[in-house]
Design a protein around this ligand. Structure first.
Ligand code: PBE
Length: 267
């Protein structure tokens, strides 16, 4: 190879996010399967990861991050996924909505709305970009809803308004989930609900739905990303359906880096 290996150029560091994220566990597995023995996955947060990416990108320095789509970083920077010939990160992932056991009986209208919720990467991207450009989360969500009344009407089709029933949604501070939960909060409020959004880590989010302390989350990434959580809590939650198709997780680098595959990290 070249004078400096990729590993040396980034101190054998992969810039990760919050420790409970599915992509962290998957990346530890990738490090094992690709035998990247000298490498470390450094944990942090979604915000710290994008800050590190920006800092490196502005100087054209090498960096390897745990990445996922949809995410505004792909609109803002020229990035690529590293090929994953061993398929550790799976193929096409889905974002699914899950609810606590008993939700259908206790909050049937919300159960129906959450089950009918489905949008696209572009839809979510509009909300994410607006927030990234400095718009308040709830304002970005409200603006998107006003511009997409027909879509929202599909989610609430056949549902009667309620009178101040309380509902609690749990989510993690990933940019994708900040967007979806802020949109759903307003949709449910417009249907008469008193909505609480609780921001937690991934483990507590799954636990909250499983033990009933949260009513639902829109943030179940499956079949791979949250596999361990879904297996751990099997039978203790209800799948409410896929809210987005064709999403993805993996290792992401700026396109100016001269590598294409996770295999290239071994050199
Ligand atoms: N993510 C975004 C999450 C799911 C949504 C890919 C960072 C995770 O890894 O658990």
């Amino acid at each position: 190879g070249t004078a400096t290996s990729v590993g040396e150029s980034v101190n054998y560091k992969i810039t990760g996010i919050d420790p409970g994220a599915g992509i962290m566990e998957t990346t530890e597995k990738a490090i094992e399967e690709y035998e990247l023995t000298d490498w470390d996955l450094v944990s942090g947060s979604g915000a710290a990861m994008t800050a590190a990416l920006k800092k490196a990108y502005d100087k054209e320095n090498p960096i390897i991050v745990t990445g996922w789509t949809p995410h505004w970083k792909f609109a803002k920077y020229d990035l690529k996924y590293l090929e994953d010939p061993k398929g550790v990160y799976g193929g096409e992932e889905q974002i699914r909505s899950i609810g606590r056991i008993g939700l259908a009986e206790d909050l049937p209208e919300a159960h129906q709305i959450l089950s009918q919720f489905h949008w696209t990467e572009e839809d979510m991207g509009e909300v994410m970009m607006a927030i990234q450009e400095g718009e308040k989360e709830e304002v970005a969500a409200q603006n998107w809803i006003e511009a997409n009344e027909e879509k929202v009407a599909e989610w609430t089709a056949g549902v009667e308004k309620v009178d101040g029933d309380k509902i609690k949604l749990a989510y993690v501070a990933w940019d994708s989930e900040i967007a979806s939960h802020n949109v759903m909060k307003i949709v449910l409020e417009d249907m008469g609900y008193d909505v609480t959004l609780t921001q937690v880590e991934a483990g507590p989010m799954w636990t909250a739905v499983a033990d009933g302390s949260a009513d639902a989350t829109l943030a179940a990434w499956l079949p791979i990303t949250h596999k361990t959580y879904a297996e751990k809590f099997e039978g203790k939650f209800e799948e409410l359906g896929v809210n987005m198709e064709g999403v993805k997780i993996g290792l992401v680098v700026p396109t100016y880096m001269d590598i294409d595959s996770i295999e290239d990290l071994k050199e």
